[in-house]
Design a protein around this ligand. Structure first.
Ligand code: C2E
Ligand code: MG
Ligand code: MG
Length: 743
């Protein structure tokens, strides 16, 4: 059986007994004792007693005058009326409480009423069984009255509190004893006090006269009021004390909270301070990192590399000899920047850094020195060969094409390797040696070069030549040589190629193959070409005046890529023409195929500007620069010069002439003139003539000669074909000896 059912059953049982008690009391009450005045008093008492209560100090209990009335009824009117009055009183109290909004549990009202009726009935039964003091008992003896009321109070209390304890125990699933102690025990006082008051009331009414009764009532009223006032005061003081206590507790709690808040603030302050210190340390670390790293590639920078090299140098040659420094320089990086923009350029550098990281070991140091230059320290290698294989691996990795923003980029580079040696005392020394080796690789157009003393000597020579080149014109060490360009069909002269010669005051003749690249790299080629343009235009203007036949002769001047990219070229050409009075059509500018291809769009623009001046344009060394045909088609040139290497390679019976044939046909299709360079034998001449080549240049006709010598020949020669060539109708195999100064 579950608890609810037991509870309902219990309330039901009590209800039945309560009802039976009520019916019994109703039937057996002697109503004759209730005169109208007594009835009035009972009604007043019923309503008043439920309101007349005295709370006990320091306790939740209070004295109820209802108990007084019930016990009084027992001894004065008989137990049956007491049952009715008790039931009535508790009913009125419950209704009143309900009306006041007091929360009453489910079935509390019927249970209260029936348990009161039943317990009073039990008290009645006990009262009846008392031998002397029962019905019609004589209570004149105070001791009898006290005993009777005492027994009634105890029985009434036990019965009522017992029912209530069982009620709460079932409801709260607790033990009856616990509930009795907790809820019911304290109410025992009310029963005892009620019984005491009932005794006093009985005595007064039974034995006192009207005056005594009135005086007693007044005294009781005053006592009641005073007691209530006293209790009220006591309760107020208790409340005040409790309030003060509560306030004290509240203050203590607030203080504790304040302390806690302070502690919290302090903790958060400490945390903040710790955070600031951490941030400060981090920013110091960041700053240090930034000072030693390149922001674009996140690689260590030059400062870091120098520190590291310093350390190695301090360790001495024994340890350092197992380390190698590599110097890397990307070729044509400037072109990528110029043509595709700096964003792509930056991306290229990032990819290079990434690839370098991938193909090296963690212990190796990779640094970006700036621009397109990188340096590497290879750690702990057993031999130079190992360093070389690292360098070749890097070369292979970095020359793999990569696609950035849809552009397929081919990167090339040169690598210089420098071993540590005892002559290097500063980090800059070893870096310089690796740089020299890299330049050597560049000059020789190879991927990797290793530094040695000879390379250093060459480098120093290079530096010396570069320095001397700046003063070569001033010192009148530069002269122009002229080589004729000949019409192959009849040997007629159509013009000259102007070729620069340098007679160094100390070193003697320096080959153009040596000094031209130096002057191009350093940019000295621009003032030198300016000087050449003036010299040759004046010379050509002079030669044109010798004879009417020479009026259409032209002079070809080689223009370097560096100058082509410089806006001063147009101005330099214009000035040379106007200063010399040479018609623009008599000046031809030669641009090598590779230079023309380097920055296609810009070249087209510049060549168009030059063409607008009226000067002629020639593509030099054709066949070596990997022209794109579509692009060639757009270039505004007049002449195409076949590179010497194709002419040189033509064999005995005209083998390998296929390329020559192709170039000649191509040029014809493009409606341009074609010149073959480096013709040295009559066989080559005949073959080229047969292929339909228009013009030629080579030692077979004449070596490049100083202006005076060329002028003498101009007066003398009518045809530039080898003597007796036409008459022989066959070829001579004689190879013309190269001029000694070109060796
Ligand atoms: P290039 O412009 O292709 O000049 C032709 C080169 O071929 C000249 O060499 C010339 O002497 C050489 N040559 C001509 N016929 C023959 C031959 O039958 N056999 C052989 N073996 N060689 C022949 P050079 O004068 O030594 O010039 C070499 C290169 O230097 C030139 O090639 C040109 O690229 C550059 N260069 C020469 N002078 C100048 C100049 O004034 N300015 C610029 N920017 N470059 C120049
Ligand atoms: Mg040339
Ligand atoms: Mg050439």
């Amino acid at each position: 059986m579950n608890r609810d059912r037991i509870f309902n059953y219990y309330v039901g049982v009590i209800g039945v007994f309560g009802l039976a008690s009520l019916i019994f009391a109703t039937i057996n009450t002697d109503y004759s004792v209730i005169t109208p005045s007594v009835g009035f008093l009972i009604v007043v008492a019923l309503f008043a007693t439920s309101r007349l209560t005295l709370s006990l100090p320091h306790s939740k209990s209070y004295l109820s005058f209802a108990d007084t009335m019930i016990f009084f009824a027992f001894v004065y009117f008989g137990g049956e009326l007491a049952i009715l009055l008790a039931t009535l009183e508790v009913s009125i109290s419950c209704i009143y409480l309900k009306y006041e909004g007091y929360p009453l549990r489910k079935l509390a009202i019927p249970f209260n009423i029936s348990s009161t009726a039943f317990s009073t009935a039990i008290t009645y039964l006990v009262w009846r069984s008392l031998p002397v003091l029962g019905i019609g008992g004589d209570y004149s003896q105070s001791s009898d009255l006290i005993t009777t009321l005492g027994i009634l109070a105890v029985v009434q209390f036990l019965a009522l509190s017992g029912f209530a304890a069982i009620f709460y125990a079932i409801k709260n699933d607790s033990s009856v004893w616990q509930m009795w102690r907790k809820v019911c025990f304290s109410s025992s006082m009310t029963q005892v006090a009620g019984a005491g008051l009932a005794g006093i009331a009985y005595k007064l009414i039974s034995y006192g006269d009207l005056l005594t009764l009135s005086v007693s009532l007044v005294i009781f009223g005053i006592g009641y009021i005073n007691y209530r006032q006293l209790i009220h005061n006591i309760n107020e003081s208790i409340d005040q004390a409790e309030q003060a206590e509560r306030e004290k507790t509240e203050i203590a709690r607030a203080k504790a909270e304040e302390v806690q808040e302070h502690a919290k603030q302090l903790t958060s302050l400490l945390e903040k301070e710790e955070e600031i210190t951490r941030d400060l340390r981090q920013s110091q670390r960041d700053l240090k990192y930034a000072a030693f790293h390149d922001s674009l590639t996140d690689l260590p920078n030059r400062a870091y590399l120098v520190e590291r090299l310093n350390l190695l140098l301090q360790l001495g040659p024994e340890v350092a000899s197992r380390y190698y420094v590599l110097f890397l320089d990307l070729s044509r990086f400037k072109n990528i920047n110029d043509s595709l923009g700096h964003t792509v350029g930056d991306e290229v550098l990032r990819v290079v850094a990434l690839r370098l990281r991938r193909c090296l070991r963690d212990e190796d140091t990779i640094a970006r020195l700036g621009g397109d230059e990188f340096a590497i320290i290879l750690n702990d290698l057993s031999s130079l060969n190992e360093a070389k294989s690292f360098a070749f691996r890097i070369y292979d990795q970095l020359t793999q094409p990569f696609v950035i923003q849809g552009n397929k980029i081919f990167s090339d580079l040169h690598i210089g390797i420098a071993p540590f040696d005892h002559e290097q005392v500063k980090p800059e020394d070893i870096l310089r040696d690796a740089d020299i080796a890299m330049h050597n690789a560049k000059d020789r157009n190879i991927s990797v070069a290793v530094f040695d003393k000879e390379i250093r000597a060459q480098y120093l020579q290079h530096i010396k030549l570069e320095g001397d080149l700046r003063y070569a014109i001033e010192r009148e060490e530069m002269t122009m040589h002229y080589q004729p360009l000949v019409a192959l069909k009849d040997g007629g002269l159509i013009g000259f190629e102007a070729l620069l010669r340098w007679h160094h005051s100390d070193l003697g003749f320096v080959s153009p193959g040596v000094f031209i690249p130096i002057s191009e790299d350093s940019g000295i080629i621009i003032p030198i070409t300016k000087w050449i343009l003036n010299e040759t235009c004046v010379q050509m203007a002079k030669w044109r005046r010798i004879n009417d036949e020479f009026e259409d002769l032209s002079v070809s001047v080689n223009i370097s890529g560096r100058h082509l990219a410089d806006r001063s070229l147009i101005e330099d050409v214009t000035n040379a023409l106007s200063a010399s009075g040479l018609p623009a059509k008599c000046l031809k500018l030669e641009i090598t195929e590779s230079t023309a291809m380097e920055n296609a769009e810009r070249t087209i623009q510049t060549l168009n500007d030059l063409s607008d001046l009226g000067v002629k344009l020639s593509i030099d060394d054709f066949g070596t620069g990997y022209s794109s045909l579509s692009y060639l088609h757009r270039l505004p040139f007049d002449t195409l010069k076949i590179d010497r290497s194709f002419v040189m390679n033509v064999g005995e019976g005209g083998e390998d002439s296929g390329i020559l044939q192709t170039i000649v046909s191509l040029t014809k299709n493009l409606k341009k003139e074609v010149v073959a360079e480096g013709i040295e034998t009559e066989k080559q001449l005949s073959l080229l003539r047969d292929l339909g080549c228009d013009y030629g240049q080579g030692y077979l006709f004449s070596k490049p000669l100083p202006s005076n010598d060329m002028e003498t020949l101009l007066y003398k020669r009518k045809t530039w074909l080898p003597a007796g060539y036409e008459e022989r109708g066959s070829f001579s195999d004689d190879v013309v000896e190269a001029p000694s100064q070109l060796a």
